[in-house]
Design a protein around this ligand. Structure first.
Ligand SMILES: *Cc1c(COP(=O)(O)O)cnc(C)c1O
Length: 369
């Protein structure tokens, strides 16, 4: 038996014909830059996420850079974010010349600890980038309260949490701007790179639309220095076909998660993901805290089970951020958790037999050590 981390073959098989029909339309029109499919997909997404505006762009990383630029974050500004996330969250802060200020996470949800945000605020703090890690929204009620109290902008990096909810409200629509990634392994993946910004503000939406075309308005007149970061028409056409399936796919992930909970909860050496009572996760990852993690990883891979460590090293101790002056030991929870996490296959189409095989192999590993 073989269980990959993600199986795009089985995801695409039933929708490939529909995608080809839509692609054919793009090829016939030759409208490759901001063709009609971009606007159509943006409208579909705006409805799906129940917000006022959705602005497509070239990647989830660019969505973060565009969001920071739209909120006029610049040199010498400080932006608070979590140390336990994919690199792009903090990389985008550096890219606009600002300083990432890292805070530690909660040990149960792996999301940013609101209490520690408050301790990190200085005169220079302008914004917070919250991450909804592995598909579970962070504690947006507490975070928005802190932001309002200190007059800070809020960006939600929702690359991993599309359609997730907190207190019944869609993740990515609490703050000033929410960002999405359509990287192929996200719950809604393109056939290449693509991303999006969500906002309820007419003014910010207008600014994002200008910023993705070099800050121009009208053409050849530039108010801002923007990017070249459009959502590709071909990717928009593909995503438009896939979006109506997203709810079903995320429901399937939740069902798969329940099966793991039922069958893994009695293993004392591992801890299954904890979901906050107000949060609805879309399980972009199913991440365990595991004793003897590295040996478990080897054991599973040896038996043809895809698994991965997200993330092996928190961002505050990454080499590229050494100038910021953080030391090992500054963020003890993230540092400890990065040594213990392992993500196992949870994709929508995984078969029960495959999940059983993963469960058996984890049990077998702990029985033998
Ligand atoms: C995937 C991801 C991104 C970046 O998205 P790209 O589309 O690959 O640029 C940003 N933040 C987080 C948390 C991610 O998981």
């Amino acid at each position: 038996m073989k269980v990959p981390m993600l199986d795009l073959n089985v995801q695409y098989e039933p929708i490939m014909d529909d995608i080809k029909i839509e692609l054919e339309k793009v090829f016939e029109s030759h409208k490759y830059i901001l063709g009609p499919q971009v606007k159509e997909f943006e409208e579909d997404m705006q409805k799906y996420c129940q917000c006022n505006h959705a602005v497509g762009c070239a990647s989830g990383t660019d969505a973060l850079v565009l969001a920071l630029k739209a909120l006029e974050i610049q040199e010498d500004d400080e932006v608070i974010t979590t140390t336990f996330t994919f690199f792009a969250t903090a990389g985008s802060i550096s890219r606009v010349g600002a300083r990432p200020v890292f805070v530690d996470i909660k040990p149960d949800t792996f999301n940013i600890d609101p209490q520690k945000i408050e301790n990190a605020i200085t005169q220079k703090t302008k914004a917070i980038i919250v991450v909804h890690l592995f598909g579970q929204p962070a504690e947006m009620d507490k975070i928005m309260e802190i932001a309002q109290k200190h007059d800070l902008k809020v960006i939600e990096d929702n690359a991993q949490g599309i359609g997730g909810k907190y207190d019944g409200k869609i993740a990515g629509t609490f703050g000033d701007i929410g960002t999405l990634s359509f990287f192929p392994s996200k719950n809604l993946g393109a056939m290449g790179d693509a991303g999006m910004c969500l906002t309820n503000s007419d003014e910010l939406a207008a600014r994002l639309i200008q910023l993705r075309v070099h800050g121009e308005n009208p053409q050849y007149f530039h108010k801002w220095v923007g990017l070249n970061s459009r959502l590709d028409t071909i990717q928009a056409a593909i995503l438009k076909v896939k979006l109506p399936h997203l709810k079903k796919w995320s429901d399937a992930r939740r069902k798969n998660a329940q099966y793991y909970y039922k069958n893994l909860n009695d293993i004392p050496q591992i801890k299954t993901p904890f979901i906050h009572e107000k949060a609805t996760s879309i399980y972009n990852q199913f991440t365990l805290i595991a004793e003897d993690r590295d040996r478990l990883l080897k054991h599973l891979r040896k038996n043809n089970i895809g698994c991965a460590v997200y993330y092996p090293k928190p961002l505050h101790i990454q080499e590229c951020f050494s100038k910021l002056g953080y030391r090992k030991g500054d963020m003890p929870i993230a540092e400890k958790i990065s040594q213990k996490v392992i993500s196992i296959p949870i994709y929508s189409e995984i078969l029960k037999d495959q999940q059983d095989y993963v469960i058996e192999n984890i049990k077998e590993f702990y029985a033998q050590i």
